[in-house]
Write a protein that binds this ligand. Structure first.
Ligand SMILES: Cc1ncc(COP(=O)(O)O)c(C=O)c1O
Length: 247
């Protein structure tokens, strides 16, 4: 049995928590753990979680029979987030949402939850958009041309300089790398290793210089750090703990 006691404890404390379920097992775990409200998670093309669309109605019925309130459906078209051709992305988002809307008819409820930073403009069918990255942004999303500024960077110190390269002390242990190499303004990044990023600067840098490394994938980058510093230029205004990083 999946352990949902921690979520149930939040519900018992008064939090409104809605859990996505996609199987008999997750329905049973939600009910046993004290969860009261669920969305039926439907697979709309991303080969990850989500029940087949044609099974969604049965799963909703099972959830209701287990005493859960079914608020609607969710289907995350995550495989389309980084599709750069806008027309292709829009067409494929429509196809994905057709699957979700059909499932929604069988499930009932009022919520159709879908979308992310990559498809928030294309997805006109969802009643709520699940976007998160837009708040801080990363270089992979910046390439698509969304109107969000890149707020998050990892501050590093130049630790070595050679005629053709320099090295900053921000590497694989500090960056989410699954969307590719990070960027450094005014420099060509060559590669990353455990604690290093090697780059070719356009104008000379010196050992001790501080510079900002821009990650290609913001979510896993944030989870690698204990704190985020909210800055205005070089002034630290506030420091925030990254409280969900251990989950
Ligand atoms: C289910 C689900 N919804 C929404 C998002 C948010 O997407 P983004 O951060 O690209 O806006 C994610 C991101 O991983 C996700 O897994």
């Amino acid at each position: 049995m999946l352990a949902t006691g921690r979520i149930g404890a939040l519900v018992a404390d008064g939090a409104r928590v809605t859990v996505a379920v996609d199987s008999a097992e997750t329905v049973a775990a939600a009910a046993a753990g004290g969860v009261r409200e669920v969305l039926v998670d439907v697979n709309v093309g991303l080969p990850r979680c989500g029940c087949p669309p044609e099974k969604a109605g049965d799963l909703a019925a099972a959830a209701r029979a287990a005493g859960l309130h079914v608020r609607g459906v969710m289907g995350y078209e995550g495989h389309l987030m980084l599709v750069t051709d806008a027309a292709d992305r829009a067409a494929r988002t429509r196809e994905a949402m057709e699957l979700l809307l059909r499932a929604a008819e069988d499930v009932g409820g009022e919520i159709i939850s879908a979308g992310g930073t990559g498809t928030y403009r294309d997805n006109t069918w969802a009643s709520e958009i699940q976007a998160g990255s837009y708040a801080l942004m990363d270089t992979a999303y910046a390439r698509i041309g969304h109107p969000f500024g890149q707020a998050l960077s990892v501050l590093g110190t130049v630790i070595s300089v050679a005629p053709d390269r320099a090295v900053v002390d921000v590497g694989l242990k500090a960056l989410g790398m699954d969307h590719g190499l990070p960027s450094i303004e005014g420099a060509q990044v060559r590669f990353c290793s455990d604690e290093h990023t090697t780059f070719a600067p356009e104008t000379p840098v010196r050992v001790g210089d501080r510079l900002r490394v821009l990650p290609a994938h913001v979510d896993p980058t944030v989870a690698l750090h204990e704190r985020m510093h909210l800055v205005d230029g070089d002034t630290v205004l506030e420091t925030w703990p990254v409280d969900m990083r251990g989950w």
